[in-house]
Design a protein around this ligand. Structure first.
Ligand SMILES: Cc1cc2nc3c(=O)[nH]c(=O)nc-3n(C[C@H](O)[C@H](O)[C@H](O)COP(=O)(O)OP(=O)(O)OC[C@H]3O[C@@H](n4cnc5c(N)ncnc54)[C@H](O)[C@@H]3O)c2cc1C
Length: 468
């Protein structure tokens, strides 16, 4: 197991020389916010020795060079909205916060691209695109808080991935700082690129383990003039989920197809202190469609309603977009209010297997006496299953959760599924990764890691174990 050096006074002085004194934090009480992300599991909380706020790529480069020379871990940090403890300091070291790098640098309306620093909030990117008559299609539910650099580092998904793909599909270029401290540009504004390996796609989703992302080049799309949101209510969950692939086959090209099981609907209604339609026993499918004309969208809505009625829905409502997406996006917050500690499973299965997967996890959780709430990206086969700790004692919680996860992922893999659809592996899933990811695939990942970060200083302890 690789060991790292501790930070001493000389290193703190060097950091202050790079960024200025006020941009280096070492006080324990101020470091607390950086000891965890949105996963509030106490066993995953790890304090860094220092947090440094970089203001540009040159400062990032100087900090990384210093850490590489002194054998000190570097943990890149976005907004800390992750759900896998991917930005905690497993081995101490320096957190590089990107939050001061928060400028949109260019909106190229002719080629339809935006260049932004890594610390710009996702919602700010969406707003800036919209103000210029375009769409940024990345749309994680955490978008009001998360940073675009964090979205790139996790290959964030979200509500619109069914139509536009995950963040990977929106990114055409990156500026990165390598483990050696080199500033390098990958990709560019070309619509095609077969020029050697796709290093761009290697860095996207690498969770801060291969490079620090300092700039992101994003593709923008034309903004659809019209949109409609439907809330389709079913009393039978299986029927609800089984209708989703049929909606996709209708050819209406939905922008979002989400689901919330009744436990989630009830919990969100209680959290928001609102009456939600059929909250007493309804399971929700939420569909957004976008297009050029209201008439065409209304025709598509009729087709969706007819299909869902024929497949057992009890009501289709044209939804107020603000209300319905507020309910959907409050899923995690509502669960946090119900149980400050919960495990957010992010399993993904082939789309046609989603009903089977949700049924299985509901029965499994009941067998372990654990409460589970399921919602997620129905058409992507991506289930967010929140397993709530509630009042369980620490020891019992860990024991039950570990046993449940082993059974769960064995079944998920037998269905052709995977550990994570969009949240990533982080620190939380390292053990599961070594158990369920194929040995050959893991070896290739380790070889890439060692080639690009031979001293293993970038975000150690994440995704997989690797020996020096
Ligand atoms: C309420 C809620 C809803 C969510 N909904 C979604 C959703 O719909 N879809 C989804 O995919 N996720 C979702 N998430 C998870 C999370 O928001 C995403 O993973 C997001 O992309 C993380 O961005 P961040 O800026 O907060 O990154 P952080 O949490 O700070 O970091 C995440 C990882 O990225 C690395 N990293 C961050 N910035 C950089 C950088 N500049 N360079 C290199 N590495 C970096 C970190 O080291 C860490 O490994 C949700 C979370 C919450 C709390």
């Amino acid at each position: 197991m690789k060991t790292y050096n501790k930070i001493n006074e000389n290193i703190i002085d060097e950091l202050k020389n790079i960024t200025g004194e006020k941009f280096v934090i070492v006080e324990k009480d101020k470091l607390e916010a950086y000891s965890h992300d949105e996963l509030m599991e106490p066993s995953c909380m790890k304090y860094p020795e220092a947090v440094v706020y970089a203001k540009d790529a040159r400062e990032v480069s100087e900090i990384v060079k210093l850490a590489n020379r002194e054998n000190i871990p570097i943990i890149p940090r976005g907004a800390g909205t992750g759900l896998t403890s991917a930005s905690v300091a497993c081995y101490g070291g320096i957190v590089i916060s990107l939050e001061k790098m928060d400028k949109i640098l260019e909106i190229d309306t002719e080629n339809m691209f935006m260049t932004a620093e890594a610390g710009v909030r996702t919602a700010e990117i969406q707003r800036a695109a919209r103000e210029n008559g375009m769409l940024y299609a990345g749309d994680p539910c955490s978008g009001e808080s998360s940073f675009i650099g964090g979205n790139a580092a996790t290959n964030a998904g979200g509500n619109k991935a069914v139509k536009y793909g995950t963040t990977r599909r929106q990114i055409y270029g990156l500026e990165i700082v390598t483990a050696a401290g080199e500033i390098i540009t990958l990709g560019g504004k070309c619509m095609k690129d077969s020029t050697g390996y796709s290093l761009l796609n290697l860095v996207i989703g690498s969770e801060g383990t291969l490079a620090v992302i300092t700039r992101v080049l994003l593709k923008l799309m034309p903004l659809a003039p019209e949109a409609m949101d439907l809330l389709i209510v079913f009393e039978d969950f299986r029927k609800a989920i089984e209708t989703v692939p049929k909606i996709i086959k209708l050819g209406v090209n939905p922008t979002c197809v989400e689901f919330m099981d009744n436990a989630v609907v009830q919990n969100c209604a209680a959290f928001l202190r609102e009456k939600l339609p059929h909250d007493e026993n309804g399971h929700y499918i939420i569909v957004k469609i976008e297009g050029g004309s209201r008439d065409a969208l209304e025709e598509d809505c009729v087709k969706i309603d007819e299909l869902c009625s024929a497949n057992g829905s009890v009501e289709t409502l044209v939804a107020d977009p603000v209300r319905i997406w507020k309910a959907r996006n409050s899923f995690a917050e509502a669960d946090r209010a119900a149980s400050p500690v919960f495990s957010a499973e992010d399993l993904v299965v082939p789309p046609a297997k989603i009903a089977e997967a949700v049924k299985y996890i509901t029965e499994l959780a009941a067998r372990y006496g654990l409460v589970v709430h399921c919602a997620g990206h129905a058409a992507d086969g991506n289930v967010h299953a929140h397993i709530l700790k509630g009042a369980l004692a620490e020891g019992e919680w860990h024991e039950k959760l570990a046993a449940l996860q082993k059974e769960l992922y064995k079944t998920v893999y037998s269905m052709g599924g995977k550990l994570s659809g969009e949240h990533g592996i982080g620190y939380k899933r390292v053990e599961l990764m070594s158990e369920f990811c194929g040995a050959g695939e893991l070896e290739m990942m380790r070889a890439v890691k060692k080639a690009l970060d031979p001293n293993l200083i970038l975000n150690p302890g994440k995704i997989f174990k690797v020996e020096a």
